[in-house]
Design a protein around this ligand. Sequence first.
Ligand code: GDP
Length: 483
Amino acid sequence: NLAISEGEILGHLHSKGIKPDGVQKLDKYMVKMICKEYEVEVIDAVPTRLEEMAIKKGILDEDDLDSLEDRPPVLTIMGHVDHGKTTLLDYIRKSKVAASEAGGITQGIGAYKVQVPIDGKLQPCVFLDTPGHEAFGAMRARGARVTDIAIIVVAADDGIRPQTNEAIAHAKAAGVPIVIAINKIDKDGANPERVMQELGSTGLMPEAWGGDIPVVQISALKGENVDDLLETVMLIAELQELKANPHRSAKGTVIEAGLHKSKGPVITFIVQNGTLKRGDIVVCGEAFGKVRALFDDKGNRIDESGPSIPVQVIGLNNVPIAGDEFEVVGSLDVAREKAELCAELLRNERISAKAGDGKVTLSSFASAVSAGKLSGLDLHQLNIIMKVDVQGSIEAVRQALQVLPQDNVTLKFLFQATGEVSTSDIDLAVVSKAIVLGFNVKAPSSVKSYAGNKGIEIRLYRVIYDLIDDVRNAMEGLLEPVE
Ligand code: GDP
């Protein structure tokens, strides 16, 4: 409540040519402007950048802005195989889940909550249990944005490896802040300094060197400095001002789903806004139903679950896919209708994905260029994901492409690595509207069909000049469609 009369504010607005009719709510920016002039602090009246993003993604509504409360951060651990992701998750689970909490032992529902002591107070955070960028990329390709912060583990005795780079590319494409954990510092042959240098040269300048990437040196095996890592993560979370409105019906994302022989479909949700309650009617992709029971990550039966908190649910009629969104609706009829609509949309999507709608291929790019349709901002830039046989080829192909004239169209290398084309490359291509080029590598047939379903084009080359010719022609709008 302000010590300023309504009349005064109205008068002030009139003087600015704004005439609220007494019923109409002032929009948030107007409120901010008035508060500024009266030197009043604004509390949650104006969406932050993150809240705006959440509104755009349909997670928050404008109406939520007046009822926002802090929510715990949701974290994902990524990194190269054997660098210690599972060890770190296990250590955190064992050491940070209070034994006093009923059950005490986590149940493997796909995510779990831990309490981190910050300034003597316990603060909750949530870890997604399936480490790795494949899961992260697959969820993102389905449009889900669940992770707030990515912890990327790099073994101090091995350094940055291909999957480290993939993980970094995925986190960057998602706009998720990165914290680096240099792991295995207890090991003979550990060389954290070298990892720092490698980070610097991949464009992730450590804070200690004046950059903006927090780096913590840990031993996941011994638990050394893991508290520092968690504190660092919580600090980043605090800067993010993660909020949701617990006082509304729930919506969120599927983390894991399976079929239990007696319980039927068993689904883990992360609630992203609102509170999910027993008896709620949920629709989730093509699945729907009434929530018969809720379980927390310790296997305890609960009545409700709020923002960021993972919860296992039974009562739906079908098994959805990780990354599907769910929402609570008013009645089973509405739920059924929405589920049917979704099934239909999915069918259409499959058809249009096959037709390549909305996705970039080299030839669609070429026809857009030749039709002079470059006004669409995306088309000024051709995003490239490149897989090659050996490390040396990366620079060779890149340099050969970079000398192409880029007056109309610029080339952007989103991700380059050695190895076969993988489904995770395809997922990255989907979310970043990129094409996938392979040089002297294969794409397994499973990956080809995955790409086909997503409408992503993989072009494989054996001769570098062919690759360069195709890209040049596409940039000049001359490439003939393949078929
Ligand atoms: P992931 O593939 O990334 O999940 O890696 P894991 O967690 O399975 O770890 C791979 C191997 O590294 C295991 O044998 C772990 O015991 C070992 N390891 C993980 N963290 C550490 C550490 O901090 N120090 C040492 N010495 N070994 C570790």
